[in-house]
Ligand binder design. Structure first.
Ligand SMILES: C[S@@+](CC[C@H](N)C(=O)[O-])C[C@H]1O[C@@H](n2cnc3c(N)ncnc32)[C@H](O)[C@@H]1O
Length: 203
């Protein structure tokens, strides 16, 4: 495997020391995404939240500062459960953050459980996008919202490590897949012009 492919695979399923380094890099470059997601959760008075693909738990740390918020997180990487649990030790002990192994294409949660589902830079890695979105729609309460922060395909295609393991989506793809998954409306807002956006999928 080429070095660039190896680094790309670490973003999709971080493992070991290199996985940890990749997560720290993400934390540094994605701070606008975390802030935007957290602002939407705050503005919508969300209480029960599911975060898909939490990585090293940076968003959990930010969200758990909002009083009354209860966060569940799932990730396909066992190593990330260890990292994110360490980072959120106090909130995990208090039961405000609950982290477990899981794949968003088959969620182990009851229907209508969450006010919001959040996800930062994970949709490119899901095995089946519409299945993942359909599952997320299922676990949302009526009027719930899925907030997904993503880089544009134009930006991702410029990066050497995205050649393998990443799926690329246009804005139209995001809207079409959201509709196929049963969301009533999909709203896309720019974070950094042409580079990154927030996608709000309304149940
Ligand atoms: C690029 S990292 C982003 C981590 C974190 N959201 C952040 O921004 O700091 C992608 C994360 O999504 C996880 N992931 C990939 N596919 C997933 C899936 N189908 N369900 C749940 N987690 C997934 C990976 O293991 C990894 O931790």
């Amino acid at each position: 495997m080429k070095l660039t492919e190896y680094i790309g695979s670490q973003f999709g399923n971080p493992q070991g020391f290199i996985g940890k380094i990749c997560c720290v890099i993400m934390n540094a470059i994605n701070h606008k995404m975390y802030t935007k997601v957290s602002d939407i959760v705050l503005k919508n008075f969300c209480i029960d939240i599911l975060d898909v693909g939490f990585g090293n738990g940076y968003l959990e740390e930010k969200l758990s500062k909002i009083p009354s918020v209860m966060i569940k997180g799932i990730d396909i990487s066992e190593d990330m459960i260890i990292s994110a649990t360490k980072r959120n030790k106090k909130a995990v002990e208090q039961g405000r953050v609950v982290l477990s192994l899981g794949d968003c294409c088959s969620l182990d949660f009851p229907t209508g459980m969450f006010d919001a589902v959040t996800s930062v830079n994970t949709i490119y890695f899901w095995s089946d996008t519409v299945k993942g979105l359909t599952e997320i729609n299922r676990v949302l309460k009526d009027k719930g919202i899925f907030v997904s922060a993503v880089y544009s395909q134009e930006w991702l295609k410029k990066l050497s490590y995205t050649k393998k393991g990443f799926k690329f989506f246009s804005k139209e793809d995001y809207i079409l897949d959201g509709k196929k998954a049963g969301f009533s409306e999909v709203i896309i807002e720019e974070i950094v012009n042409g580079k990154s956006y927030i996608i709000k999928y309304m149940k």
